[in-house]
Design a protein around this ligand. Structure first.
Ligand SMILES: Nc1nc2c(ncn2[C@@H]2O[C@H](COP(=O)(O)OP(=O)(O)OP(=O)(O)O)[C@@H](O)[C@H]2O)c(=O)[nH]1
Length: 787
């Protein structure tokens, strides 16, 4: 397919239509779901009322109405059918992808046996024209591949309407760029032309999450036989697709409304505005007829540009029309760009690209912000004989202009995206539209935000990214005066338990769980992905039973994915994002958008997993390190105070010799026990918010028991054990406060366990000096003190 550049577009224009063609202006557009750009050129003609628009698809080619197939997108990727000569490049992609990504998912010996058989594209598939590759133009390399066949893998069996996805792989270096999805869309498009309605796929465990996000459902386990003599690949899964058409659903579920419609045109008195009117049903004399007065927007309505929400509002109303017996759509031509015309709107877009909002851009051009009036629309509605309308709009000017015929106003929520979010915010903040408020509504929002209580449960691993997300969420909630309850959990795996505890104990209106999982830096990545993405607590739905949970758990293979998806970069601004997350109770996976590991249901009890995580992660290692440090300090204090144990100690000859170098104030057993219990209790309370305050007192039970034992055993005096309790509590408090700051040591030491061993050895060395025959501490009295 050739790429029609700007110049071809220009020469393709009929020259006589232009009079003296003058390139007036051009602007970037973003079209449909594709993040590619095209350029829009507007010509004026001798007749000022006629503008000629040239859409120069420098990177796109028009496929069908409101749907575009990418040639090379803005990042230089192209999806095309595999061609002879691609075999070796495809082999490299399959090898790089499968051998890296499947390692760790399957046992090494299993992987080594089947890998050689799956890293070559099967000859039949390759030559079927149903196998695609993604080219990366700048590096002129193939970076991903995948296709489909009518035959079930390894057989000649076919089922009508069913296709089988085959050999999908993305080179790990290019993971997370949506290439898998692009390949899938190519298969869908082709499959559709061949009457395929469903796809099935034998997926590795690793890719299950990827296919799920494409809309497939897991339908069961499957073992795949690669070749005779090689054991079957265990644990593969078969997936079924919900059906073709998901991608373009928005456009494709509308055509029915073209039945049963009347189309008329009204010209106003000065012939400047023309309204195209689409009427469904007999509206004469009807009350509350759903109606929309829609201003022309060539870019949004025709090109499906995502810069504004016009296209989606128009299509949304068309879907409303589909469902009701009567409705009226007034499409007002001549109101392009809020009345300033397309040419000026494109100029305004150029200013918006430089940072001005939609209001300032108009003003900077010396044009009014909005010159539309709706008197003609009112006239037309009356002319149609309706008694009253349900007006679909967010625009306050439309509301007041049409008030006399309006029975009720129905808001038109728009789906925000990165490109239109600034525009939606300006409409809300500066043009007083209701768009944004309505769009980001809270789930079942029966209370004003100031009366809401929202829990935020966040993981403390990958803290840099989590904090970005959390602080942004908190700031937004604070701005709306929402009461926020916070709870930190050690890692993404504990988000489930955290959400459950928060919901059960604090009963908030909803809980947002925030976590970031990066393969490589997050332990038990697969399992954590699974747990974090199932805040329902697994198949039993244990958490959702207690309330609404919204997830914002990012999962990624590299830090780069996390950086890209964290607010402040290219992602959606934080505020709207919060409301968007909340508007999908039960959880929207906001940004888990790259090839990722499998999420096999493990059915593990989350409390057990939480316990293991606490023990394994940081509380226990930091606690152990703390005990060493505390012992060291206690020893120092003892030597400083130099008060020995009770006199009767010396009546026991053996003991007396052993204890002679160890002063007894304070009691180290008591101090250690107190340190451990106070540290753990405080840590859980202060940082994880897990324990109610009262239960802190429970921490004193083990230390009191130890103190009593030491006194009964006549090893220490009462004062010495009390001093031990106080000293241990002080150290425990200190360690619990500074502990999290030491997490950096653990994060640093995690990939190099030897470093942790050396660290513990260096810190603990003074404790082992005696067994090693070293004497780093001053010598105590060798003789029994006088009685
Ligand atoms: N000047 C200018 N006009 C824009 C811009 N984006 C969209 N428009 C125009 O804004 C108008 C939007 O009109 P409508 O679709 O009727 O919507 P609305 O005024 O937002 O009101 P409701 O959708 O009814 O709430 C169209 O004429 C668009 O061409 C922009 O950035 N600058």
């Amino acid at each position: 397919m050739s790429n029609p550049g700007v110049s071809e577009c220009l020469t393709a224009l009929p020259a006589d239509a232009l009079g003296k063609p003058v390139l007036q202006t051009e602007s970037k557009m973003w079209v449909d779901d594709i993040s590619a750009e095209c350029r829009l050129l507007v010509y004026t003609t001798p007749d000022p009322k006629v503008e000629i628009i040239a859409v120069a698809f420098t990177q796109l080619t028009l496929r069908d109405f409101a749907g575009f197939e990418a040639i090379f997108d803005s990042e230089g990727f192209l999806v095309r059918t595999a061609e002879p000569g691609d075999e070796s490049a495809i082999h490299l992609v399959l090898k790089a992808s499968y051998s890296v990504l499947l390692r760790g998912v399957y046992e090494d010996h299993v992987l080594d046996a089947f890998l050689p058989h799956i890293i070559h594209c099967e000859a039949e598939l390759f030559s079927s024209q149903q196998f695609f590759v993604v080219m990366h133009q700048p590096s002129n390399s193939i970076v991903a591949c995948g296709g489909w066949s009518q035959e079930r893998v390894g057989t000649k069996e076919t089922t009508e309407g069913l296709g089988h996805l085959r050999q999908f792989a993305v080179h790990p270096q290019w993971a997370g760029k949506g290439l898998g999805k692009r390949l899938f869309e190519a298969c869908q498009r082709q499959g559709k032309e061949m009457n395929v309605t469903d796809f099935e796929c034998c997926s590795s465990l690793l890719a299950e999450g990827f296919y799920r996000r494409l809309g497939l459902q897991t339908i069961g386990d499957k073992e795949v036989y690669v070749k005779d003599g090689i054991p079957p690949i265990p644990c593969s899964l078969t997936l079924g697709i919900l059906g073709i058409g998901l991608v373009r659903q928005a456009y494709e579920d509308q055509p029915d409304i073209l039945l049963n419609l009347r189309y008329t045109e009204h010209m106003n008195f000065d012939a400047q505005h023309k309204a195209s009117i689409v009427v469904k049903g007999e509206v004469h004399g009807q009350e509350g007829v759903p109606a929309r007065v829609h201003s022309e927007c060539f870019t949004g309505d025709v090109l499906a540009s995502k810069r504004c929400d016009c296209g989606q509002q128009l299509h949304k109303f068309m879907r409303v029309m589909n469902d009701v017996p009567f409705a009226i759509l007034l499409y007002i031509k001549g109101q392009e760009g809020r009345g300033i015309g397309l040419l000026a709107k494109i100029r305004a877009y150029q200013l918006q690209d430089q940072g001005h909002d939609t209001v300032d851009a108009n003003l900077k051009l010396g044009l009014p912000v909005d010159i539309r009036s709706y008197g003609d629309a009112l006239f037309v509605l009356r002319d149609l004989g309706v008694k009253s309308v349900s007006l679909y709009t967010n625009n306050p000017d439309k509301m007041s202009a049409l008030q006399s015929i309006t029975k009720e106003v129905v808001a038109m929520p728009s789906v925000p995206c990165e490109r239109n979010i600034g525009y939606l915010k300006t409409k809300k903040d500066r043009l007083n539209h209701r768009t944004v408020l309505e769009t980001f509504k809270l789930p079942e929002l029966s209370l004003p935000p100031s009366q809401l209580r929202i829990g935020i449960v966040y993981a403390m691993w990958n803290q840099y990214f989590v904090d970005e997300l959390r602080l942004a969420a908190e700031a937004e909630l604070e701005r709306c005066r929402v009461e926020v309850l916070k709870m930190a959990v050690p890692g993404a795996l504990e988000l489930v338990s955290g959400a459950r505890i928060t919901l059960r104990h604090h009963k908030p209106d909803a809980v947002i769980v925030i976590g970031v999982l990066i393969k490589g830096s997050s332990d038990l990545y697969d399992r954590s992905c699974n747990a974090a993405r199932e805040p329902s607590g697994g198949p039993e739905g244990t958490v959702n039973r207690y309330g609404t949970v919204a997830r914002q758990v990012m999962t990624g293979l590299t830090e780069l994915n996390a950086i890209q998806d964290t607010p402040g970069s290219s992602a959606m601004p934080a505020g709207p994002r919060v409301w968007q997350i909340l508007s999908e109770p039960g959880g929207s996976e906001m940004c888990s958008n790259f090839s990722e590991s499998g999420n096999r249901q493990n059915g593990a009890d989350h409390w057990t997993m939480s316990f293991l995580q606490v023990v394994r992660r940081e509380v226990a290692p930091l606690g152990t390190l703390g005990v060493i440090v505390a012992n060291f300090l206690t020893k120092g204090l003892k030597l400083l105070v130099k008060r020995y144990g009770p006199e009767f100690l010396w009546r026991r000859p053996k003991e007396s010799t052993r204890k002679a170098g160890d002063p007894g104030f304070p009691s180290s057993h008591t101090s250690n026990m107190t340190f451990i219990s106070v540290y753990f209790a405080l840590y859980l309370w202060l940082h994880l918010n897990w324990l109610p305050e009262r239960s802190l007192l429970v921490a004193l039970i083990p230390s009191s028991a130890m103190a009593a034992a030491r006194i009964c055993d006549k090893d220490h005096t009462v004062q010495q054990t009390i001093a031990g309790v106080l000293w241990g509590a002080l150290l425990g408090l200190w360690w619990a406060l500074i502990g999290p700051r030491l997490r950096g040591i653990l994060e640093w030491a995690q990939p190099q366990p030897w470093a942790l061993v050396v660290l513990c050895f260096v810190v603990g060395l003074p404790m082992f000096t005696k067994p090693l025959g070293l004497r780093l501490l001053p010598k105590g009295p060798t003789r029994r003190p006088r009685r």
